[in-house]
Design a protein around this ligand. Structure first.
Ligand SMILES: [Zn+2]
Length: 481
């Protein structure tokens, strides 16, 4: 294959930036601390500030309604302000020093679970368990990162004024999941812990960037200074329609219009979603728009006609690999005789992630003779896909598990009858293997009626926006200045 060397280069460059992306979560540490001090402001402190102006005379009178009001107070400062006299009443018997309030921030160490972090900070196991259970509604415990800060707030929430010696309990656990997303479990007396999510508003900008594709989309986009995450998204969006191994020709071009979020000083903290993108291949233009359908709340990419770019199956379930062997008759590389090859082979480095080509249920995830470590997914009544020679399976991939399109189901290896690391990929239609590269893929959603009308006015707005923003061909140099 002539294009082998070129494609090989792409596969290497794709791998490195993905790792960089994972490691790149540390940006914006300054904002973190500002944000934490802002939103973690303990209710008791606010109460003591109000104390000076409030009349102590209402203490007895308010006592009956205290419990109920405190439930709300701990949740939001807004409500707290409205009911300031009640809050003061609750805390009035003691001064702010005797409230036994305490804030502790602990960093996540290697191998830590959230439970380990909380108990290390001095929280009681039962309370920690309750807080974690609440937090799990909005937080995936597997996304806990080494070095991530977890803030615990302890206070006496017992409202019985005679019980001033109560030991402070855990009332709030918070952690920052992203530069603009803070999660917390907050205790409400009588109701236990509830989950709370705070989204910080950053300055939103839009950027229009693009260029001519010299050797590969990935390299050209990287040279134009487009962030890796955006390039990976771009490739993923077009991967349903464009065969990146075969269709890209030198001289083809691309454009992408995406969001960027910055702090007050203009420092870019986060690159947002692609709002619009376009690729011109051999003179033919493909445009996609990001759009949220109001009936089901899903956000997806659609072409100008309102047809989802998503197909039931992805063409290539692996990023940046090169096709090393096609479908059909060939001389078998290890057995030496002519044999029907019932799938396609993608050469890639050992350990390269393999994605589920579509939503479905894992029918098999086990050792399977010459196939080595093998996964088969059933997508619907008609289609199944199979993946062979894996080094290992993805997390949670076992018979019966449900997978989403694009989810990592395993890693490239050379198990079974294989001469080197590659993915052997099969598409089964009505239980018969067919050529994955020539299969006419069943289409995703097509917008119609009112939703199509809303989509069309959205595309008009986006087109005007794009036309009003200058095309950057060198993002990196602009950033450096
Ligand atoms: Zn094969």
């Amino acid at each position: 294959m002539k294009s082998g060397a070129k494609s090989g280069l792409v596969s290497k460059s794709l791998l490195i930036p993905v790792i960089t992306m994972i490691a790149g979560g540390a940006a914006g540490a300054l904002l973190v601390s500002i944000f934490l001090s802002g939103s973690d402001e303990p209710p008791a402190q606010i109460a003591s500030a109000e104390q000076e102006q409030a009349a102590p005379a209402i203490v007895q009178e308010a006592a009956a309604s205290v419990k109920q009001d405190i439930d709300v107070d701990i949740d939001t400062t807004e409500v707290l302000e409205n009911n300031s006299e009640v809050t003061v009443a609750a805390y009035a018997p003691s001064t702010s020093e005797s409230l036994n309030e305490l804030t502790k921030t602990v960093s996540v160490n290697k191998g830590d679970t959230l439970m380990a972090v909380l108990t290390r900070a001095g929280a009681d196991r039962t309370e920690s368990h309750e807080a974690i259970t609440a937090l799990n509604e909005i937080f995936d415990p597997r996304s806990l990162k080494i070095g991530q800060d977890v803030t615990l707030y302890f206070a006496t929430t017992d409202v019985d004024p005679s019980n001033s010696t109560a030991t402070p309990g855990l009332v709030r656990v918070s952690l920052k999941e992203d530069v603009d997303r803070q999660l917390a479990a907050v205790r409400t007396p009588g109701e236990g812990f509830t989950a709370q999510e705070t989204i910080l508003e950053l300055d939103r900008k839009t950027v229009r960037a693009g260029g001519v594709i010299q050797s590969s989309l990935f390299l050209s986009a990287a040279q134009a200074g487009i962030p890796t995450k955006t390039i990976v998204d771009l490739i993923r969006i077009f991967s349903y329609d464009v065969d990146f191994q075969r269709e890209i020709q030198p001289g083809d071009s691309f454009e992408v219009y995406f969001e960027r979020f910055a702090d007050e000083d203009g420092r870019v903290l986060k690159d947002g979603a692609i709002l619009w993108a376009s690729m011109t291949l051999s003179g033919k233009e493909y445009s996609v728009y990001r759009f949220r359908t109001s009936d089901d709340g899903f956000t997806d990419y659609y072409n100008a006609q309102g047809q989802s770019v998503k197909k039931t199956l992805m063409r290539t379930p692996i990023d940046g690999a090169r096709l090393t062997s096609g479908f059909g008759k060939r001389k078998h590389p290890t057995l030496g005789y002519t044999k029907m090859h019932r799938g396609v082979d993608f050469g890639a480095r050992s350990g390269t992630p393999i994605m589920a080509a579509g939503n479905g249920i894992v029918e098999m995830a086990a050792r399977n003779g010459g196939y080595g470590n093998y996964v088969r997914i059933r997508h619907n009544n008609e289609y199944k896909t199979a993946y062979a020679h894996m080094k290992k399976f993805g997390k949670g991939i076992r018979k019966g598990s449900r997978v989403k399109q694009g989810q990592i189901i395993g890693y490239v290896g050379s198990t079974g009858r294989s001469t080197g690391p590659h993915l052997h990929y099969e598409v089964h239609r009505n239980s018969k293997q067919i050529n994955p590269l020539s299969v006419k893929l069943p289409a995703g959603r097509k917008l119609g009626g009112k939703i199509l009308a809303a989509f069309q006015s959205h595309t008009n707005v986006i087109r005007q926006e794009v036309a009003g923003v200058e095309l950057e061909t060198q993002l990196a140099s602009i950033k450096a200045e």
